[in-house]
Design a protein around this ligand. Structure first.
Ligand code: DX5
Ligand code: ZN
Length: 213
């Protein structure tokens, strides 16, 4: 099973509703990058945009928190309602507490790590989360180049899953395109988050038919 998640940061934001409706038949979920200008060098979407996105689609929404104070935003996101919250391991010293907070609700919880953060940083929470998101670019922008070393992390996560009988999604975010998508899937990813790969793809229908299962 491979799901496509559309990162709206890669969309033409002058007409977000039309963009979401255009790609909707070919994707499984919407990925919303919440950046605060501190954790990453960019500012993006917050609650009003989340509200707007919810009004134009029924697809599940993943909120990818790239902020220095996730504890402040999690209650608000849970109140507005998202289907998944993804937290950076580098952004908190209380990951266990935040995971528990989200797990008290129906919202899925994913933990993510930057390209320079070793997998050992998230080992302790593997059995507590619904999924791990491997960042395959340094977070902040759409349209960057896939960092090939991320493939090792994806493979390792798949290996651990089988070895220890754990059940978590392996998501990958950043730089996935027509050329490397098969390699990312082969490594073990089952949620592919794509900005340019979805919104700036001339042959999205074909890509979706071939790889989305
Ligand atoms: C990067 C974001 C990604 C980004 C992906 O910080 O987390 O979701 O929008 O865009 P592409 O697929 O274009 O690299
Ligand atoms: Zn993202």
């Amino acid at each position: 099973m491979v799901k496509f998640s559309a990162s709206i940061l890669g969309a033409n934001l002058t007409n977000l509703e039309a963009e979401i409706k255009r790609v909707q038949p070919y994707i499984d979920e919407i990925h919303l990058d919440i950046m605060d200008g501190h954790f990453v060098p960019n500012l993006t979407f917050a609650y009003p945009v989340l509200d707007a996105v919810k009004r134009c689609t029924n697809l599940p929404i993943d909120a990818h928190l790239m902020v220095t104070n996730p504890e402040f935003h999690i209650p608000k996101l849970l109140t507005i309602g998202v289907d998944r919250i993804t937290i950076h391991i580098e952004s908190t010293v209380h990951i266990n507490k935040l995971i528990s907070q989200v797990k008290e609700t129906d919202t899925e919880i994913f933990v993510t790590l930057n390209p320079g953060t070793p997998l050992s940083a998230i080992e302790e929470v593997l059995s507590d989360v619904d999924g791990i998101l491997v960042m395959s670019v340094n977070p902040g922008f759409s349209g960057q180049k896939f960092i090939a070393k991320s493939l090792e992390k994806i493979k390792k996560l798949k290996e651990w899953k089988l070895k220890y009988g754990m059940d978590y999604y392996i998501a990958v975010d950043g730089g996935i395109n027509n050329e490397n998508i098969q390699t990312v899937i082969n490594a073990g990813a089952n949620i592919l988050i794509m900005g340019y790969g979805i919104f700036k793809n001339d042959n999205l229908e074909n890509l979706s038919r071939t790889y989305r299962k």
